[in-house]
Design a protein around this ligand. Structure first.
Ligand code: GUN
Length: 298
C-alpha cells in the first residue's frame, strides 16, 4: 500500500516541540523573537507574512511585523535590518521576498546577521550547509521540512539510496541536494536542460520535485516503490468546480504517481505545512544558540 505522507500532522508535531522548547527557554530567561519584514502590498505575501506571525505567537514567541510601503528606499530597509540585527529580543529575521524592484534583494539578504538568518539564504549559511556543517547552519525551511518527511520514511541514514532532485533553485533544489548528500544518499540534480528526464527520475528511490510546473512528473517516470516528495504548489483552472474556479496541484501527477510510489506527499497537505513549522524551528534554534544552549532536536 502506498503511504500518503501527512505533512500537516508532522508539522503540528514540530510546532508542539517548538512550543515546548520555547517555554523552557523562556523559563531560563530568553523568549525567542521573530521579526518579519514585508515591503509593499502584494496580497499573497501579506497572507504568508500574517500566517508566519500568527504561528510565531502560537509557539509563544515574541513576534513583530514591520510593514513598509512599496516605494521604500533600499537604504531604509538596510537600516531596519541592521537595527533588528542589534536587537537582543530578536533571534530570527525574515524579509519576505520578492522585494520591490528598487531594492537589491541580494544586498538585503546579506545584511541580515547570519545567526539570525532563519531563511538560511545568507551565503555563510549556504556555505556551511554545502560543507556539511548542518548542525551549525540555518537551513532553508522548505528543504529542511522535506528532509524531515524523508527521514520519517527512510530514517536518518540514506546510504545506498539514489535521490533525484528535480529543480536547481537556491531556495529548494540546491539545499535539498546538500541535505540528501549529507545523509549519505547518492544525489542527482536534474533540471530543465537535463536529457531524458523521465529516465533520470525513474532511477530515484527518493524523488524530490521542485520545478514549479503543474503535474509534470508522470506515473511512468516513477520507480515502483519510490518515495515522492512534491514541493510544487501550482494553481490550475478547475472548471469541474465551476466557472473561473481553481485548485492547487503539485509538480507530480498525483493520481498516476500514487499508484506506483511507495510513499508520496499530497498537495496541499504535504511539504507546504512543513515550511512554516521549520521557520519556527529555525527561530527556536537561533534563540537557543544566542542563549548558549543546545537547541532541542526536531
Ligand atoms: N517568499 C516566498 N517564500 C519565501 C521564503 O521562504 N522566505 C522569504 N523570505 N520570502 C519568501
Amino acid at each position: 500500500m502506498t503511504q500518503v505522507i501527512d505533512g500537516k500532522a508532522v508539522a503540528e508535531e514540530i510546532v508542539r516541540k517548538v512550543t515546548k522548547g520555547a517555554a523552557e527557554l523562556k523559563a531560563a530567561g530568553t523568549t525567542p523573537g521573530l521579526a518579519v519584514v514585508i515591503v509593499g502590498e502584494d496580497p499573497a505575501s501579506q497572507v504568508y507574512v500574517a500566517s508566519k506571525g500568527r504561528k510565531a505567537t502560537e509557539c509563544g514567541f515574541h513576534s513583530v511585523q514591520h510593514s513598509l510601503p512599496e516605494d521604500t528606499a533600499e537604504e531604509e530597509l538596510v537600516q531596519l535590518v541592521e537595527s533588528l540585527n542589534r536587537d537582543p529580543a530578536i533571534h530570527g529575521i525574515l524579509v519576505q521576498l520578492p522585494l520591490p524592484k528598487q531594492i537589491n534583494s541580494e544586498r538585503i539578504i546579506h545584511t541580515i546577521a547570519p545567526e539570525k538568518d532563519v531563511d538560511g539564504f545568507h551565503i555563510l549559511n549556504v556555505g556551511m550547509l554545502g560543507t556539511g556543517a548542518i548542525t551549525k547552519a540555518l537551513v532553508p525551511c522548505t528543504p529542511a521540512g522535506a528532509m524531515l518527511l524523508i527521514e520519517g520514511v527512510h530514517g536518518k541514514d540514506l546510504s545506498g539510496l539514489s535521490a533525484v532532485v528535480l529543480g536547481r533553485s537556491n531556495i529548494v533544489g540546491k539545499p535539498m541536494a546538500n541535505l540528501l548528500l549529507a545523509a549519505n544518499a547518492t544525489v542527482t540534480i536534474a533540471h530543465s536542460r537535463t536529457a531524458d528526464l523521465p529516465e533520470v527520475c525513474h532511477r530515484a528511490d527518493i524523488l524530490v520535485a521542485a520545478v514549479g510546473r503543474a503535474e509534470m512528473v508522470k506515473g511512468d517516470w516513477i520507480k515502483p516503490g519510490a518515495t515522492i516528495i512534491d514541493v510544487g504548489i501550482n494553481r490550475v483552472p478547475a472548471p469541474e468546480k465551476g466557472e473561473g474556479k481553481t485548485r492547487l496541484v503539485g509538480d507530480v501527477a498525483y493520481a498516476e504517481a500514487e499508484k506506483v510510489a511507495g510513499a508520496i506527499t499530497p498537495v496541499p497537505g504535504g511539504v507546504g505545512p512543513m515550511t512554516i513549522a521549520m521557520l519556527m524551528a529555525n527561530t527556536l534554534a537561533s534563540a537557543y544558540r544566542a542563549a548558549r544552549r543546545e537547541p532541542p532536536a526536531m
